[in-house]
Design a protein around this ligand. Structure first.
Ligand code: FES
Ligand SMILES: [Fe+2]
Length: 224
């Protein structure tokens, strides 16, 4: 039986739609939350949630599922060990708290067992989720901006230097979700987006990891 061990109530500077979008976004876990997750491999995803195998920092493998509430204003995040036993459950409800502000109400559940230290378990989950949400909040804010600015944002370029000294134009915003492409080309001219880890050839704009088509490259200094 799962019992409640703690709660967390906190505000984020983003709409509930962005909060829910972030929870549906399974791909960001090992990149935005690298402190907690080593890797993720998807089993299934649809508009109501996802099911994946995740490996935590330190090597523990888990199955994680996310299911949206019927009204799409909350979700349930569950983890299972390799035998299929549920080992943790977090539920979240969102409440609008003004313009681009949402209150998240999270509740944490673990399996009841003799000797369970409820206070310690509650503290563990509250601290963990606070950090996860601290890392998600900038992503939600950037995402809202990307949706507002649309094509204009995607046209903005900056210059980067390649290992051979050449200077090229690359987009300011990643062509995947319009989040800041805040990374420099490595020695091979590869840029790895910090948000979902998509890899791009800085020179051609091609997405080397294959999920999207990337950007169309232009000569350095070309006018918009
Ligand atoms: S925004 Fe998703 S990989 Fe860049
Ligand atoms: Fe997240």
């Amino acid at each position: 039986m799962m019992i409640e061990v703690g709660q967390l109530v906190r505000e984020v500077r983003a709409s509930a739609v962005r909060v829910i979008e972030d929870e549906l976004d399974w791909e960001h876990l090992p990149h935005v939350h690298a402190f907690a997750f080593e890797s993720i491999a998807l089993n299934h995803a649809d508009r109501n949630g996802w099911d994946a195998r995740v490996v935590l920092r330190g090597g523990q493998a888990l199955r994680m599922t996310v299911t949206l509430d019927a009204d799409r204003l909350g979700y349930c995040n569950r983890t299972f060990d390799e035998e299929g036993y549920e080992i943790g459950r977090t539920t979240c409800r969102t409440l609008p708290a003004g313009d681009e502000r949402t209150t998240m109400r999270l509740r944490f559940f673990v399996p009841d067992h003799p000797g369970l230290d409820i206070a310690a378990a509650g503290e563990f989950y509250a601290t963990l989720w606070n950090q996860l949400i601290d890392e998600d909040e900038p992503k939600m804010i950037h995402r809202a901006r990307a949706l507002k600015e649309g094509a204009k944002l995607h046209k903005s370029r900056r210059q980067v230097a390649l290992a051979d000294g050449s200077i090229i134009d690359v987009p300011l915003a990643c062509p995947h979700q319009g989040l800041p492409l805040d990374c420099e080309p490595d020695a091979h001219g590869v840029m790895i987006c910090p948000w979902h880890g998509y890899r791009f050839d800085a020179r051609t704009g091609q997405c080397l990891s294959g999920q999207i088509s990337g950007w169309t490259n232009r000569a350095a200094g070309a006018l918009d």
